[in-house]
Design a protein. Structure first.
Length: 508
């Protein structure tokens, strides 16, 4: 930094109490190259949805706000894979019912690189709770270790066609697939509902995965990654397809059967384990500590229904060479209860972005939301949603309860009208701007509460450096209207954030 610029910065910093806060950490961002050029901005708040605003301009630092946000592009973290949502059986069915011309427009909006650019999507190996029926790819009353009854015919009707349409819009679409349960005959209870897998079926189950990948590839839909089991640590009381996996069984399955089988057959598909909540970070570390399994594990798949995103940092510290992927969930609320005021499916873009900022700041490479599309009742759905007190909701209340589940877009049955919810608008602030290969860079508040997680502050932030060198910063404000100051080198930028808003800033 030039001496004259340094003097300007030090003089300004010494004139404010913030100088004390930045004295120990300020050197990195103060030494960053000064920012320049116009800053484009898009905002979601009140009646605006990812709407462009007037360009902002960097100015020389003359005063440092006590709660400024320091940008340090020189300190980088993980490389981003992307953003997307789940193409469940239910979602594919809903999309398939839209007339072809209208569907083409929606698929273009969701996946095309110049539109929403969703590029990391989840599929289901067999049925999940969001399916039209309960099924696996090898349903048999008798044991079938030779997998003679294996078939993906169910998916040929509408799942595979929708996945193909998505990839036509975005050839770089990364697909990962998760089973909710092995075939019933592989389990002690001989049912896809709850129960545990038998060790004696681990070997044929590895071949089940191989046949699934080969069958999908033959249909023109290669799968880039698989998770061993959706939510390894719960049976959801047998309300829908699920399977409890002991930690040692998942380690054994990957290390002795699945990993070696993939290697033997030159399968490039990545293996992710856990696929469950942040609270299970200790299990993730234990599985990665097994040398035989670790060799084949690309990373950990995470859900956000319990625990905090900081769990991913705990695992990263122990195994920095392994990756983190967020595969399901979002800001938490009490199951069976309607969202609190200000946190509805349609307007909670600020809580969603606050949560996404926290996830990206904790070494996660991707964010995949749950169902990309459902109807106005939150269906198709084959599970039993619970009412107050954990009891099954009475039939008269089922419609009301079902409405609490929503896709990223809602498609009405009668007229195929499409409604975009809060998650749609929140993810737009990332997927439209952050390119695959972008690096997360350090952003820090310099006030007294700067050490607190972003989820505990009304203002949250995350920064990305795109492969072309451009910068992206996402700001979420879950509180009242506020002006924030960004600092980069000797440059400062003032940004006005309305209450309950999300903004994306982008500059070269």
């Amino acid at each position: 930094m030039a001496d004259s610029s340094r003097r300007v910065f030090l003089k300004a910093a010494s004139a404010t109490a913030a100088a004390l806060a930045v004295s120990s950490q300020g050197q990195a961002w103060a030494n960053s190259a000064a920012a320049s050029g116009p800053v484009r901005i898009w905002g979601t708040f009140r009646d605006r949805r990812h709407a462009p605003g007037d360009a902002l301009a960097w100015k020389p630092v003359t005063e440092v706000a006590s709660d400024a946000i320091a940008l340090d592009p020189g300190t980088t973290r993980q490389e981003m894979l992307g953003f997307g949502a789940a193409m469940t059986d239910a979602s594919c069915w809903v999309l398939s019912q839209i007339p072809a011309v209208e569907r083409a427009a929606l698929m273009h909006e969701l996946f095309a690189p110049e539109e929403m650019a969703m590029n990391v999507c989840r599929t289901c190996v067999g049925s999940s709770d969001y399916s039209k029926e309960l099924f696996s790819y090898d349903d048999s009353e008798q044991n079938d270790p030779e997998l003679k009854k294996f078939s993906i015919n169910h998916d040929k009707a509408y799942v595979l066609p929708m996945l193909k349409e998505a990839r036509q819009q975005n050839p770089d679409l990364f697909l990962f697939s998760s089973p909710w349960s092995p075939p019933g005959w592989m389990k002690f209870n001989r049912s896809m509902l709850g129960g545990t897998i038998k060790k004696s079926t681990l070997e044929p189950y590895s071949r089940y995965f191989l046949k699934f990948l080969e069958a999908y590839k033959a249909e023109g839909v290669p799968v880039n990654a698989i998770t061993v089991q959706n939510e390894t640590d719960t049976t959801v009381d047998g309300r829908y397809a699920s399977c409890l996996w002991a930690q040692e069984d998942e380690i054994l399955f990957v290390g002795k059967y699945l990993g070696p089988l993939f290697r033997k057959n030159n399968i490039p598909t990545k293996i992710w384990v856990l696929d469950h909540n942040f609270t299970l970070w200790g299990r993730a570390i234990a599985e990665l500590a097994d040398q035989q399994a670790q060799e084949y594990i690309d990373g950990i798949a995470w859900h956000g229904y319990a625990g905090e995103p900081s769990a991913m940092t705990q695992v990263h510290k122990a195994f920095p060479q392994k990756h983190a992927y967020f595969t399901e969930g979002g800001p938490r609320r009490v199951p069976g209860q309607a969202p609190a005021a200000g946190n509805s499916q349609m307007t909670a873009w600020a809580p969603w972005a606050q949560w996404a900022n926290d996830v990206c700041r904790n070494w996660c490479r991707s964010i995949t939301m749950w169902n990309i599309a459902l109807d106005e009742y939150g269906t198709p759905y084959i599970g039993i949603r619970e009412g107050p007190g954990g009891m099954a909701a009475p039939a008269a209340e089922q419609q009301r309860v079902l409405r609490m589940g929503a896709g990223v877009v809602t498609v009405e049955n009668a007229n195929h009208k499409v409604t975009r919810n809060a998650r749609f608008w929140a993810v737009a602030h990332y997927s439209k701007h952050v390119k695959r290969g972008a690096r997360v860079f350090q952003t820090d508040g310099i006030g007294a509460d700067s050490a607190a997680p972003t989820s505990q502050s009304a203002i949250s932030h995350v920064g990305f450096r795109n492969p072309d060198g451009g910068y992206v910063v996402v700001l979420a404000n879950t509180g009242s209207e506020k002006r924030v100051q960004l600092l980069m080198g000797t440059s400062a930028l003032d940004v006005d954030l309305p209450a309950d808003s999300v903004h994306t800033l982008q500059w070269s």
